[in-house]
Design a protein around this ligand. Structure first.
Ligand code: GLV
Length: 428
């Protein structure tokens, strides 16, 4: 596919060259200049766009996006159809069923947002929270920080419980905050990709409900790679992104709302601030509102929906449990290799290590940036630094979905082994 694209690019570029040679013969430079001067266009076409598109082949073993498998790339290359054609609506129905399976939910209010995981986070908060309401956010990395800021921007009373990167919350800590702040919604990150923690879920949904609070879970970095059972675990709002374990290009974001969440969001006193993210409209676009006809709201990313459909089909064929087990095995293989080379895993307690994104303490004396640059330049392997509160503290390796196999883990280990040999080490 890449080869096909570059081939087409070469032909296009040749076409451009042939055209400009011919035009030089027909119109010598002085004639060209005067023709240009007479025209209305004063900014020339950018030279870079007259060259063929080039993209490198890399192992995307950072925290996302991850590599896209051939079947999903092929879906992206299909000719598009109208966003409300019957066939498109059927594909959207397939996506809805795929998300219900991936999330383990029977929620009717299940769809894919047109946008990245961040859009799903805004959609969840914009629709379920009104100005002046109390919101509780668990902050153990960048995603909690961001959710708190979004809620603040709509005028909510935001309270946080905070742990340093790598930490997680006990049920007692969560309950104490629920009692104290009486929030309408509790935000938690399941897979904290900035610190490499997967948060234990059991009992939190029931706890929230016993305090009349909705449970909102961000699973952008974990869904499909670590167990989540939306209905059984009492999760009221759950979302993820297309570009991590699902291995679609970034740009679509599965989301689902429980009956309880629907009751809250469809009985608001005020309209949600965002028209684009208004679930009243989106529910109709996705055929979740029981109305016989769908009304135009926005033009969805049609190719993005094709790819998401294929990614969900791959997950359905593989089976969720197999996917969870594979991520666990590959992460353990990676962790063992890292430890045998002397690296320290950032998350101490094994049972809360996120199997999709591993955080490694930056080895003493090394500059994390130099290591990531070395791995990319010499091995075509992406390794990322920390993010938000974990910046400068960690290196991050993501092996998700299609990328989650031992051969890729070995490529990462090899790149790191060589980086330690060749990067500058200062005295510590
Ligand atoms: C993005 O999702 C990241 O964790 O860097």
């Amino acid at each position: 596919m890449l080869t096909a694209l570059s081939h087409r690019g070469v032909i296009l570029a040749r076409g451009v060259n042939a055209h400009s040679c011919l035009s030089r013969v027909l119109h010598p430079p002085s004639a060209c200049r005067s023709r240009r001067a007479m025209g209305s266009v004063s900014i020339p076409p950018p030279a870079s766009l007259l060259r063929p598109l080039e993209t490198p082949q890399r192992l995307l073993s950072g925290p996302g996006p991850s590599n896209v498998p051939p079947r999903v790339l092929a879906a992206a290359a299909r000719q598009i159809i109208g966003h409300m054609h019957g066939e498109m609506l059927e594909i959207m129905d397939d996506i809805k069923k795929g998300i219900q399976y991936a999330f383990q939910t029977q929620n009717n209010m299940t769809l894919a947002m047109s946008g990245p995981g961040h859009v799903a986070m805004e959609c969840a908060i914009f629709n379920t929270v009104e100005s002046g309401e109390s919101v509780l956010v668990a902050v153990n990395g960048i995603w909690g920080e961001r959710a708190a800021e979004i809620a603040e921007r709509i005028g909510a009373r935001v309270n946080t419980i905070v742990k340093p990167p790598g930490g997680y919350f006990t049920k007692e800590e969560i309950e104490q905050a629920l009692v104290e702040h009486k929030p309408v919604i509790f935000f938690l990150t399941h897979g904290e990709s900035s610190s490499g923690v997967v948060h234990p879920l059991d009992g939190i949904g029931d706890l929230c409900h016993s305090h009349n609070c909705l449970f909102l879970l961000d699973a952008v970095a974990s869904l499909g790679g670590s167990p989540i059972l939306m209905d059984k675990q009492g999760i009221d709002i759950l979302y993820t992104g297309s570009q991590k374990v699902l291995n679609s290009p970034p740009g679509t974001a599965p989301i689902s709302f429980s009956e309880r969440a629907c009751k809250k969001m469809f009985h608001r006193k005020t309209k949600p601030l965002s028209y684009f993210l208004d679930m009243g409209w989106l529910a109709n676009y996705w055929g979740c509102d029981g109305k016989p006809t769908r009304t135009y709201h926005h033009t969805g990313p049609i190719s993005g929906f094709f790819t998401l459909r294929e990614s969900l089909a791959i997950l359905a064929e593989m089976g969720l449990e197999n996917s969870w087990n594979r991520h666990k095995e590959v992460a353990e293989h990676l962790h063992k290799g890292l430890e045998s080379m002397g690296f320290k895993l950032f998350v101490q307690e094994k049972h809360v290590r996120l199997p999709t994104v591993t955080t490694i303490t930056v080895p003493p004396g090394y500059d994390w940036r130099e290591i990531t640059v070395y791995a990319m330049k010499h091995h075509n392997v992406e390794i990322s630094g920390g993010l938000g509160p974990s910046s400068g503290m960690v290196l991050r390796v993501g092996l998700m979905g299609y990328n989650s196999n031992k051969a890729n883990a070995d490529k990462v280990l090899e790149a790191l082994r060589e980086a330690l040999k060749h990067c500058h080490k200062s005295k510590v």
